[in-house]
Write a protein of this length. Structure first.
Lengths: 230, 545
C-alpha cells in the first residue's frame, strides 16, 4: 500500500508530467505540420526542424523513463502484462520514428513478417524500443533494422544499426549492478538502465527478461537484444 | 484494403479539458475520414452527451482537470449502459505508467493511448480496434439483447477459431457465467486460461466464484494471491472486505477498504462502504470525512444517493454536531424534493436530532411526517429506511404500523437472512425480542405457504390458477426472489403450452432478472433462463417470418 506521502508526490509528478506532455504534444504536432511543407526551407531551416523533432522526442522518452523508474523505485508500478502481437509492436515503433529519422537520412525497416503473439507490458516495451531507436539515431549512418525471433526459451527482439557500435567495455548482458553511476551518465546509460529494469520485470515461470549489447548483426553496427522469457 | 478503412459515419466523442488538444485530435481524425465528431471539455459534459446518443468511438483524456477523471467517466458510462459492447472507449493518458493502477481496475477501456499521440500510430490503433469490434458484431448484438447464453457460445466459437483477443473473450465469458451463477463453467474457463499464463483476472474470478460458493478460506487465499502479484488490484480488497464482513471481523473490513481507497481514491461506492465500516468500528471522525468525500465526489452524478446525506447527518449527530447535522438534512430535503424515500429519511433524521436537543415538539412533528410519508407510498421506501421507521414506531408505541412495515419487509425478503436478522435487531434493541420472532415467523410461513401452494398447482397442471395465485402474491411482495422465480416458472410453463405473447415474455424476463443473483436459486435460474431464451427466439423468428 502506498504511504500518503508517496502518493502525494506521485500525484504532483503525474500532474506536472500531464502538463508537460500536453505541451510536448503540441510542439511535436507543430513540428510534424512544418515537415509537411519543406520545399521552401533553407538547409539551416531543415537542420532546425530536425533538431526540434529529435530533441522533443528525446524529451518525451526521458519523461517516460523518469516516471517509470521513479514508480518502480517506490513500489508504485506493477507491470501490466498482457498478450499482444509483436508485429504490431514493431510496426508502431517504425511509425513513431520514421519521419524523425528520415530527416537525418536514416531509414528504419522491419525485418519481420508474420505474426507472433507474446506477453509483455506494451507501453513499457514501446518505451524501451523508442529509447533504443533514439540512441541509434545518434550513431547510425543510414539504416536501422528491427526484427524478432521466437525460440524455445522465449522471444528475442533485435535493434540493429550501421553505426560504429558500442565500446568494448559495454558489451554483454546488462545487469542492474553493472550499470554504475559512471555508466548512467549521459542519455545512453540512462536509457539502458531503464531497459534493463523493465526487462527484469518481465518474468514468467521463474525466468526473467534481459538486455544484451553486441556489435555486428546484418548491419554491422550496434545490436541490442531484448529477451522475453516464454 | 488499407485505403478502405475510414472513420466515416462513426459517431465520435472527444473528451479533453484543453481546447488545443481537442482541436488537434479532431484535425487528425478528420484526416482518417471522420465526419461526425462531438467535442466535450469535461467529464460531466461527456456523460451528458453520451446519455443523448450512443457513440461508436470515445477518445477520453484521463486527466480532465477539476471534475470527473477519465476513469470515472468510463465507470459511470458503463453503469448507465451508455457504452454497448460495440462501442470503443479509448483512454488517453499523459503518462504511460498511470496505467499500472488503471490496469487493475474493474472497468477497463478498450484501448490506452499515451500522449503525445503520433498520427500514424493512432491510425493503426484505431483501425485495429474498430476492425476487431466490427468482426464481433454478432456478439455485440447478443450482449445488447441480454442473451448471455448465446454470447457465451459466440465467444467460444471465436476462441476456437483462434482470434487474437481470445483471452479477452475468455474473461468476458467468465464474467457472463458468473453473472448467471453458472459457476462450474466459469471455473473451467479460468482453469484453461491459467494453463497458459498466471492471469490475475483468472485468479481474481476464481476468488469470486469461491466466495459465491461460500468457500471463504479459498476465496481469501485467491484474493491475497492476486494482491501479492499486484497490490494495486483494488477490487481484490473489496472482495476481501466482503469475506471479513461475512466473518464478522469489522476491523479487517475497514483496513482492507482503506487500502483499496488509498489506491483508488475516487470511487463513490468504495468510499461509502469504508464510511459504513468506520461507523461500525465507532471511528466517527473518519466516517464523517468519508461521508463528506462521498457527497463531494458524487456531486452531479448518479452515484450520489439521498442516503449519503442522512448517513452524514447521523454521523454528525453521533459527535453532537447538531447544527451541522440539521444543515445536512436541510440540504437533503432541498436536493431531493418530491422523492418520498428521501423525504422520509430526512424526517427520521430530524426526529433524532430534535430529540437529542430536547426539542420535543419539532421531534413529534417530524415523526408524524415520517409516518404520513410511509403511508402515502409504502412501496417507494427502501429496506434501510423501513427498518429505521420500524424502530421509530416501536419507540412511539405504534405497534400496529411497526408490524405492518415488518410484514412487508418479510414478504419481500422472506429468505434473506441478513435482513431478517436486522429486523430482529430492531426489536431486540427495544427489548421486545419475543414479539418479533412471532411476527416474522407468521409472515414467513405465509410466504412459504403461498409459494408451495403455487408450485403444487403447477405440478397438477393448473397453470392459470397457479399464475393467478402468484400474481396476487406479487402485489404484496414484488421483490421476493423465490416468488419471482416461481412466477417465472409458471409463465414459462403456460407459454410452452399455450404459446407466447410479448407481454408475458416481458413479465417473465423481469421476474428472472430479479432472481438472477441468488446463489440458492442459481440452478433453477439457469434452467428457466434457457427456456426463456428458447421461447423468446422462436417468438422473434415467427415475427420475422
Amino acid at each position: 500500500m502506498p504511504s500518503e506521502n508517496k502518493l502525494d508526490m506521485a500525484t504532483i509528478v503525474a500532474s506536472s508530467i500531464h502538463d508537460i506532455k500536453n505541451s510536448l504534444s503540441i510542439v511535436l504536432n507543430s513540428a510534424e505540420k512544418l515537415s509537411e511543407n519543406t520545399q521552401k526551407f533553407t538547409a539551416e531551416d531543415l537542420h532546425s526542424l530536425k533538431e526540434l523533432r529529435y530533441e522533443s522526442r528525446r524529451l518525451n522518452n526521458n519523461f517516460v523513463q523518469l516516471l517509470a523508474l521513479y514508480k518502480l523505485e517506490n513500489g508504485l508500478y506493477f507491470a501490466n502484462i498482457d498478450n499482444h502481437d509483436v508485429h504490431d509492436l514493431l510496426e508502431e515503433v517504425v511509425f513513431e520514428n520514421q519521419e524523425t529519422l528520415a530527416l537525418k537520412g536514416i531509414s528504419i525497416a522491419m525485418d519481420f513478417a508474420g505474426s507472433i503473439e507474446w506477453f509483455y507490458d506494451r507501453e513499457l516495451m514501446l518505451g524501451i524500443l523508442n529509447t533504443m531507436i533514439n540512441n541509434a539515431y545518434r550513431y547510425a549512418k543510414s539504416k536501422i533494422a528491427l526484427s524478432a525471433r521466437e525460440c524455445e526459451d522465449g522471444l528475442f527482439i533485435y535493434i540493429n544499426d550501421d553505426g560504429r557500435g558500442y565500446p568494448q567495455r559495454m558489451l554483454g548482458q546488462l545487469s542492474q549492478a553493472m550499470i554504475s553511476i559512471d555508466f548512467i551518465t549521459g542519455n545512453t546509460g540512462l536509457g539502458l538502465h531503464f531497459a534493463s529494469a523493465v526487462m527484469a520485470l518481465h518474468n514468467n515461470a521463474g525466468r526473467h527478461g534481459d538486455v544484451q549489447l553486441n556489435n555486428g548483426g546484418a548491419l554491422g553496427g550496434a545490436l541490442v537484444t531484448l529477451f522475453l522469457p516464454r | 484494403m488499407a485505403a478502405l478503412w475510414s472513420l466515416q459515419r462513426r459517431k465520435i466523442l472527444i473528451v479533453d479539458d484543453i481546447p488545443e488538444m481537442r482541436s488537434m485530435l479532431r484535425n487528425t481524425l478528420f484526416q482518417f475520414g471522420a465526419d461526425n465528431i462531438t467535442p466535450a471539455a469535461t467529464g460531466e459534459e461527456a456523460i451528458e452527451l453520451m446519455g443523448r446518443q450512443t457513440f461508436d468511438l470515445v477518445l477520453c483524456d484521463y486527466n480532465l482537470g477539476e471534475g470527473k477523471d477519465g476513469q470515472q467517466v468510463l465507470e459511470e458510462a458503463k453503469l448507465r449502459n451508455y457504452l454497448p459492447y460495440s462501442s470503443v472507449f479509448i483512454m488517453v493518458t499523459a503518462e504511460n505508467t498511470s496505467l499500472m493502477v488503471m490496469g487493475a481496475l474493474e472497468y477497463q477501456p478498450d484501448e490506452y493511448l499515451s500522449k503525445p499521440v503520433n498520427r500514424t500510430v493512432l491510425q493503426g490503433r484505431l483501425r485495429k480496434i474498430t476492425e476487431k469490434k466490427d468482426a464481433l458484431k454478432p456478439l455485440s448484438k447478443a450482449l445488447s439483447s441480454g442473451n448471455k447464453q448465446v454470447a457465451v457460445t459466440l465467444c467460444q466459437r471465436y476462441i476456437e477459431a483462434g482470434v487474437k483477443n481470445r483471452y479477452e473473450l475468455m474473461k468476458l465469458q467468465v464474467e457472463l457465467l458468473i453473472h448467471d451463477l453458472d459457476l462450474v463453467a466459469a471455473k473451467a474457463i479460468c482453469g484453461k486460461a491459467l494453463l497458459d499464463r498466471d492471469f490475475l483476472w483468472a485468479n481474481f474470478s476464481l476468488g469470486k466464484i469461491a466466495y459465491l460458493e461460500r468457500n471463504y478460506d479459498d476465496a481469501k487465499r485467491l484474493f491475497e494471491c492476486v494482491l501479492s502479484a499486484n497490490e494495486a488490484f483494488v477490487s481484490a480488497y473489496d472482495w476481501l472486505a466482503k469475506i471479513y464482513t461475512k466473518q464478522g471481523d469489522t476491523a479487517l473490513v475497514q483496513s482492507s477498504l482503506e487500502k483499496a481507497v488509498a489506491w483508488s481514491p475516487k470511487s463513490v461506492v468504495r468510499l461509502r462502504s469504508l464510511a459504513e465500516a468506520s461507523e461500525i468500528n465507532a471511528n466517527f471522525e473518519a466516517a464523517e470525512s468519508l461521508r463528506k468525500r462521498v457527497l463531494r465526489i458524487g456531486k452531479n452524478s448518479m452515484m450520489r444517493k439521498s442516503e449519503d446525506f442522512s448517513c452524514l447527518a447521523a454521523v454528525l449527530l453521533q459527535q453532537d454536531k447538531h447544527g451541522e447535522a440539521l444543515r445536512t438534512v436541510a440540504q437533503l430535503k432541498q436536493e431531493y424534493k418530491g422523492d418520498v424515500n428521501a423525504s422520509l429519511s430526512a424526517a427520521l433524521a430530524e426526529e433524532k436530532i430534535f430529540l437529542t436537543t430536547s426539542n420535543l415538539e419539532e421531534a413529534e412533528k417530524a415523526a408524524k411526517l415520517a409516518v404520513e410519508l410511509y403511508q402515502s407510498s409504502p412501496e417507494a421506501i427502501s429496506n434501510e429506511t423501513a427498518l429505521q421507521l420500524t424502530a421509530l414506531c416501536i419507540s412511539k408505541g405504534n405497534d400496529d404500523l411497526a408490524q405492518n412495515i415488518v410484514e412487508q419487509l418479510v414478504n419481500n425478503n422472506h429468505d434473506d437472512q441478513t435482513l431478517l436478522d436486522q429486523v430482529a435487531m430492531v426489536y431486540k434493541d427495544a427489548g421486545r425480542e419475543d414479539e418479533i420472532t412471532h411476527i416474522v415467523s407468521v409472515a414467513r410461513k405465509e410466504m412459504i405457504s403461498v409459494n408451495n401452494q403455487g408450485v403444487k398447482l403447477l405440478e397438477q397442471g393448473a397453470l392459470f390458477e397457479s399464475i393467478a395465485l402468484f400474481e396476487k402474491a406479487m402485489l404484496l411482495a414484488p421483490h421476493n426472489q423465490v416468488l419471482n422465480i416461481n412466477t417465472a416458472q409458471a409463465y414459462i410453463m403456460a407459454m410452452k403450452k399455450h404459446g407466447s405473447c410479448r407481454e408475458q415474455l416481458a413479465s417473465t424476463r423481469a421476474c428472472l432478472d430479479f432472481a438472477h443473483d441468488n446463489p440458492d436459486l442459481a440452478e433453477r435460474y439457469k434452467v428457466l433462463n434457457n427456456a426463456y431464451w428458447a421461447i423468446a427466439s422462436s417468438t422473434g423468428q415467427k415475427k420475422n417470418a
